[in-house]
Design a protein. Structure first.
Length: 318
C-alpha cells in the first residue's frame, strides 16, 4: 500500500515539474518576441526580433507606403515600430551614411585639402550618379567633401574621400564592411561607397538603424546630418564656393511635427531600391530615428518616404 502511495506521489511531482517547465518555456518565448506558433513581428522565419518592446507597444505600420521600416528611440534603443526590418533591401544613397562616418573617423584633419583627379569622374558620369558639383582637379577640404556626401549626395565626394583615405574605392569598401561587422550589421554587405545598384550591395533597415544610432554619437557627423544647407569656401575652380542643400530638407515642406521637429536626414533612391529615408526627429524632449525603404515613386513623384516620416513621427505618444 505504501509503495502505491509513493508511486502516486512520484508521478504527481514529475507531472508538476513538467507543467512548471512548460510554463517557464512558454513565458520565455513570449518575452523574447516569439510565441509557440511563430514570431510576433512578421519578419523572416527563424529570426529573433531584437526589440524588447511588447507587441502592444509597437506603433502600427499599416498606413506606410514603405514596405520596410524601423523606428528607434535613441536614448534606450527601444524599437517602437518594425515592418519587415530584417528583410534584405538595396540601400541606394543611404550607403553614404557609412561612407561619411568611416571618413570622419579615419581622417585626423578634416581641414586637409584633397585633390579630385579626373579619374574620379569618368565612371560616375557613365553611371549617371548624383553629384555635388565639384570638377576634375578641384582642391577641396575633407570636411567640404563630407558635407557633399551627405547633403547633395555627391558621388564624386565619396570616391574622392575613399581614394584619399584608402588608395582606392575597393580598399575603402573593405573598411566599410569591417565596420559593419564590428557594429553587428550581420545582414549587410557593401560593394561601393555611393549606393549605385549592385545585387551584392545590400542591407536591412534594422542594420541601417544600428549604423545611424552609432554615427549620431559622433558630433561632426550629427552636425552634418542635421544641416539643411552648407556653403564651401572658395576653391581653385569655384571662386565663390558651392552651396549644398539637403535632399531631404528640399522636399520637406515643414520640419515641424506635433510636439517637436524633424532634425535631419538622408534620402536615397534607385529604381531597384525605391524611395528610402533615414531621419532623426526630436519629440517631447526625446530623439528618435526612423529608417524606411522601398516606397514606390521616384524623384518626380510624391515623396512617399517623407510622407511616411510625418505619419510615423505624428503617431509618437498617441
Amino acid at each position: 500500500m505504501m509503495q502505491k502511495t509513493k508511486k502516486k506521489k512520484s508521478k504527481f511531482w514529475t507531472l508538476l515539474i513538467v507543467i512548471v517547465v512548460f510554463i517557464l518555456a512558454f513565458k520565455s518565448n513570449i518575452f523574447n518576441g516569439q510565441s509557440l506558433f511563430g514570431i510576433i513581428d512578421g519578419d523572416e522565419p527563424g529570426s529573433i526580433p531584437v526589440s524588447t518592446s511588447n507587441s502592444a507597444d509597437l506603433i502600427p505600420s499599416d498606413n506606410l507606403h514603405s514596405p520596410n521600416a524601423i523606428l528607434v528611440r535613441l536614448d534606450n534603443q527601444k524599437v517602437l515600430l518594425e515592418k519587415n526590418s530584417k528583410q534584405k533591401i538595396f540601400p541606394a544613397s543611404l550607403t553614404k551614411i557609412m561612407t561619411a562616418i568611416v571618413a570622419i573617423e579615419k581622417l585626423a584633419d578634416l581641414q586637409k585639402t584633397i585633390v579630385l583627379p579626373n579619374s574620379t569622374f569618368r565612371e560616375l558620369y557613365k553611371a549617371d550618379a548624383s553629384m555635388a558639383g565639384f570638377t576634375a582637379n578641384e582642391r577641396v577640404r575633407a570636411i567640404d567633401l563630407i558635407y557633399g556626401v551627405m547633403l547633395p549626395s555627391g558621388a564624386e565626394c565619396c570616391i574622392g574621400l575613399a581614394e584619399h583615405i584608402a588608395g582606392s574605392e575597393k580598399k575603402f569598401v573593405e573598411i566599410m564592411n569591417q565596420k559593419a561587422a564590428v557594429l553587428g550589421m550581420n545582414n549587410t554587405h557593401f560593394t561601393n561607397t555611393t549606393g549605385l545598384q549592385d545585387e551584392k550591395h545590400y542591407t536591412t533597415v534594422k542594420d541601417l538603424s544600428i549604423l545611424l544610432s552609432y554615427a549620431l554619437k559622433n558630433n561632426t557627423f550629427k552636425k552634418v546630418f542635421t544641416a539643411s544647407r552648407y556653403s564651401t569656401p572658395p576653391t581653385n575652380v569655384h571662386s565663390g564656393g558651392i552651396t549644398f542643400y539637403s535632399t531631404m530638407f528640399k522636399n520637406l515642406a515643414n520640419p515641424v511635427i506635433d510636439g517637436g521637429r524633424i532634425l535631419g536626414g538622408k534620402t536615397g533612391y534607385t529604381n531597384e531600391a525605391g524611395l528610402c529615408l533615414a531621419s532623426l526627429a526630436q519629440k517631447d524632449g526625446r530623439e528618435y530615428i526612423l529608417v524606411t525603404a522601398g516606397a514606390k515613386g521616384n524623384h518626380e513623384s510624391a515623396q512617399y518616404d517623407i510622407e511616411d516620416a510625418y505619419t510615423v513621427y505624428d503617431k509618437l505618444g498617441k
